[in-house]
Design a protein around this ligand. Structure first.
Ligand code: AQP
Length: 332
């Protein structure tokens, strides 16, 4: 079975709808067909300041949400990044293989550091994509299911894997991004020209899955559309309506064409009211299931210990062969 690897940050507590539709939903599907490794990336989280207590709580909350979304620890390897120390070790080797200019070209770093102020941004934030390279190469992943915003980092991963392989001999599988066109980028409900994001979106533009469903329904109903009235998928001229159709279609399984036909002659209000119900029907049981997992932290931690053990078996092997290729003297 081909292998997939992906990760999600535990930074915000709740996942948002962009995280779910752009990434986590694909993770759930891929565990059926692939040898799947999924992790909560707490090492990535500390690239920006975190409160230690909150980070710990948010890490468990992220795991609970992944289980609530449908990940099954019997069918995938689910773990926390810091439980597998090889990630930081391989990242160092990859750091030494990356050009400074090459790392400087990562647009996510440019965006995020600009927001924080260049002097306040940590070196960790700068090398974050290289840690991600190590995350992916560690498991010899064939595919990496992510949203569009991560495409550049997968490209960097491919470049570094090829560089390492040509310099030191075949070591790493060259991975491909796995990005579904329809849900590659879910947009902010208030500004449908920017991606829905925990750092850039205003509260009204962002749907957090664990928020009060009533508040979520309100946000959907007040989503920004346009001055026209026709419900039609047209990302150029109708980014707001198109975004709502994408969300609607993905959560219900109806095609966009079916929805366009269903709402022919109806106003945007009807679309938004119905979509609010669809979203509420999704988030309500999701929130309940997440809480059930959180209520039993021992089971959660035991499951993570098993996941880390499975992940380490692969990680230790990759790190050992990397160290050997690089020329480190084996420890006796
Ligand atoms: N709006 C989105 N549409 C589609 N996919 C998205 N992802 C994030 N936002 C969207 C995907 O979610 C996965 C996990 O992302 P992460 O843990 O790296 O979080 P992030 O990218 O940091 O999430 P945000 O909200 O976008 O955070 P900020 O604001 O800090 O940048 C990834 O696969 C990502 O592509």
């Amino acid at each position: 079975r081909p292998r997939v690897l992906s990760g999600i940050q535990p930074t915000a507590g709740s996942f948002h709808l962009g995280n779910y539709l752009g990434a986590v939903r694909q993770w759930v599907a891929l565990q059926e067909s692939h040898d799947a490794f999924y992790m909560v990336v707490d090492l990535h989280a500390i690239t920006i300041p975190q409160d230690p207590k909150e980070l710990r709580a948010n890490t468990r909350m992220a795991v609970a949400q992944l289980l609530a979304a449908g990940l099954d620890p019997d069918r995938c390897t689910l773990f926390v990044q810091s439980h597998v120390p090889e990630h930081a070790q391989l990242a160092w080797v990859m750091n030494c293989l990356t050009g400074f200019g090459e790392a400087s070209r990562m647009t996510q770093f440019k965006d995020k550091s600009a927001k924080q102020g260049a002097d306040r941004a940590s070196v960790g934030l700068f090398t974050y994509p290289i840690l991600q390279v190590a995350d992916i190469l560690m498991y010899q992943a064939n595919e990496v299911p992510v949203g569009e915003d991560q495409r550049q980092h997968i490209e960097l991963t491919r470049d570094l894997a090829e560089r390492f392989n040509s310099r030191f001999g075949e070591t790493f599988t060259i991975p491909k991004p796995y990005i579904l066109k329809e849900t590659a980028k879910i947009y902010d409900l208030q500004d449908p020209t920017i991606k829905m994001s925990k750092s850039a979106s205003t509260p009204k533009g962002l749907i957090n899955l664990l928020d009060d469903p009533k508040a979520t329904a309100k946000k959907v109903k007040s989503a920004v559309t346009d001055t026209d009235t026709v419900v039609r998928y047209d990302t150029e001229n109708k980014p707001g309506v198109s975004n709502l159709l994408t969300i609607y279609s993905t959560l219900t399984g109806k095609t966009v064409a079916e929805l366009e036909a269903e709402y022919e002659g109806k106003m945007y209000g009807a679309l938004k009211t119905d979509l609010a119900d669809v979203v509420v029907d999704f988030v309500t049981p999701f929130k309940e299931r997440t809480q059930q997992y959180l209520d039993d932290p021992e089971t959660l931690d035991a499951l993570l210990a098993k996941g880390a053990e499975k992940a380490r078996a692969v990680a230790a092997e990759t790190l050992a062969s990397t160290y050997e290729r690089v020329g480190f003297l084996p420890a006796k």
